[in-house]
Write a protein that binds this ligand. Sequence first.
Ligand code: 5GP
Ligand code: SF4
Ligand code: MG
Length: 453
Amino acid sequence: CGLFGIFAPEKEIARLTYYGLYALQHRGQESAGIAVSDGRKIVVEKGMGLVSEVFSPDLLAGLQGKMAIGHVRYSTTGSSLLSNAQPLVVHFQNGMMALAHNGNLTNAVEIRQELGSQGTVFQTTIDSEVILNMIARYRRHSLEDAIIKTMIDIKGAYALLIMAEDKIVGARDPHGLRPLCIGRLGERYCFASESCALDTIGAEFVRDVKPGEVVTIDDAGLHTRFGTPQERIAPCSFEYIYFARPDSTLDNLNVWESRRQMGVQLAKECPIEADVIIPVPDSGTPAALGYAQTLGIPFEEGLLKNRYVGRTFIQPTQELREVAVRIKLNANKQVIHGRRVVMIDDSIVRGTTSSKLVEMVKGCGAKEVHLLISSPPVKYSCYYGIDTAEREKLIANQMNIDEIRRFVGADTLYYLSEEGLKKALGSDSVCLACFNGDYPTTVPKKFSKEDME
Ligand code: 5GP
Ligand code: SF4
Ligand code: MG
């Protein structure tokens, strides 16, 4: 999911939030919402679909206030329904509150059962509502105190924006699994999941919210506190590999450059004599460029992407996913015919994309097709908010590398090593759990999106 929030009474906050969410659209296409506060009450508008589909100029004009938070959703718990769209807004004893959450809790089912047994009712089937409920229950104290108490109880991954009538609080889980950064627009502050959203609204990047940090923006500016004791720092490596926009910088590492470095590492680990390097656009592009630059082999666009198609994972069935690959990508015969081709993608999840693409490239007369992947094999499920499917559906969990190579029909299949990935990221303290099963938190024994339905 994607988050954006801004405190700026003198600005058109709903419109700025709309632009911020627009820049974060890649983080979720299922629903979008904006909540505004005028200092007394909170109003929210949300709907299913893209930011541009949900918000008309009229709707935006109706959202007046001093501050706003917004959310774009990609479902990792709970179905894709309007009732599960965010921001969530509640009335409670002392007023109103709105919440937007990116990530997944790992103990939401337990907490929900406990709250349920004490009579709490729930209106959604998402873990985010559990967070909002806990904050409301703790809110005899200040909002920040209530958030900090909640952070001690909840486990897992979260970047949060919580808006009360007079302030917005941003918080990040103690592992830093999901990203969140702070921007400045004149004298006012804002939050965004990725720095590209700050660029879009003309805000200056201030810094990332630190793991476990609780940052408040209000009329007096910016204040910060630490919520929970420090834990193993483990920002998500998959944000760099696939999820984030390449023009974003997360935790001081630029996404484009990290991806290009993954290609440089691939070239060191698996140099192939080829005539042309082609990326699987867009997520494979910087790695393919890094590979081509390192080996001095021409880089060309051998696959063209239809700009009007969203991310194919959004397709719910296997059959639709296969059709979607062909709608989304087509091979460029001119570049491929009669050549030895190295094709680079960022990851293989189910194997659908790769097998269709190898077939297409061979169908255009490639002499050889070598498939290189700029991350290690995805073998384990993510419990932290990236929907990489259940373990049984991950092809690398079911087959060894040579079996996958035969399945996708490539002459070579090579995955970047874990060491190579860490070098590209310039860090040892990242989450690599979907590759090696080393989760930075305890994880649920069984997990499904419908756990709370
Ligand atoms: P596959 O067809 O093997 O299941 O998917 C691999 C392709 O999906 C890669 O091109 C990769 O860029 C993309 N991909 C990897 N992880 C995700 C994800 O979590 N969500 C979406 N939408 N696409 C992903
Ligand atoms: Fe990211 Fe993978 Fe860790 Fe999930 S398991 S947070 S996708 S690195
Ligand atoms: Mg891709």
